[in-house]
Design a protein. Structure first.
Length: 256
């Protein structure tokens, strides 16, 4: 536990002693704030339409604001997370400090979990600041907290999966740009893979591709439903990403 805490503290200091945490947090909050503003203005316009024509349907703030806003956040995190993870191992390899980690008393698993926990903490901290948007939405209507809670559960589960796959990409190369590009490619593939499922003639393969789609597992969360199958899917992605990363790092240790 002491070694894990040391790695975790080192990574957290590294994030906040460089512009990475501030720039990525600022960019994410800027884009999410911009989209939240537009979604709220659209909701307000629909409310005005309803007041003049009740037949237009009762405006629901969860359907208009929460669902659309979280759908946007899911996509933006897919772009931002690779920037948070690309340096974790790629920088160690480029500077040569990876050799010190390999030969030190700290185990590969302790190092990996320390880096994962630090990156996920930063991810969750940035997301927590964005909770102010939900409080603003609450002031505009009768917000149902069930879908909000389930959507935030999806954000955290998705974040863990994104971070794990991003670390895997960083462990594969010493070039941070390549690591970021590989991570983004992995995430966008999992995001759009259900699109390919509609063109597959084999029912079995189509079902497999649909199951692997991140987007498909998000929909229930956005509707306020926390399905254990979806939770298991994201936790499996986390475990799979960390397992592959550990395997890559251990293979390097044995080559020394």
């Amino acid at each position: 536990m002491r070694n894990f805490a040391a790695i975790y503290g080192k990574e957290m200091r590294s994030y906040f002693s460089s512009p990475v945490a501030y720039v990525m947090g600022g960019v994410w909050l800027l884009f999410s704030g911009y989209m939240f503003r537009n979604i709220m203005l659209e909701f307000n316009r629909f409310c005005l339409t309803y007041s003049q024509n009740p037949r237009a349907g009762v405006p629901n703030i969860n359907d208009w604001v929460v669902t659309n806003f979280f759908g946007f956040k899911f996509f933006v995190w897919m772009i931002v997370v690779p920037f948070l993870t690309m340096r974790l191992y790629a920088e160690e390899k480029k500077t040569g400090t990876i050799e010190l980690l390999i030969t030190s008393p700290v185990t590969t698993l302790q190092t990996l979990m320390g880096k994962f926990a630090a990156c996920f903490t930063l991810y969750a901290a940035i997301e927590a600041v964005g909770f102010a948007h939900i409080l603003i939405a609450r002031a505009y209507g009768n917000l149902e907290w069930g879908p909000v809670v389930s959507a935030y559960a999806a954000v955290l589960l998705m974040g863990g999966a994104f971070v794990a796959l991003g670390i895997l990409a960083s462990a594969l190369t010493e070039n941070q740009i390549i690591a970021g590009a590989v991570a983004f490619f992995l995430l966008i593939t999992l995001w759009l893979i259900d699109w390919s499922a509609s063109f597959v003639t084999s029912p079995t393969l189509s079902a497999v591709l649909s199951y692997l789609s991140i987007l498909d597992h998000m929909r229930d969360f956005q509707r306020g439903v926390i399905d254990t199958g979806n939770v298991v899917f994201f936790l499996s992605l986390v475990a799979f990403g960390l397992f592959l990363t550990h395997t890559v790092l251990e293979s390097r240790r044995w080559r020394q």
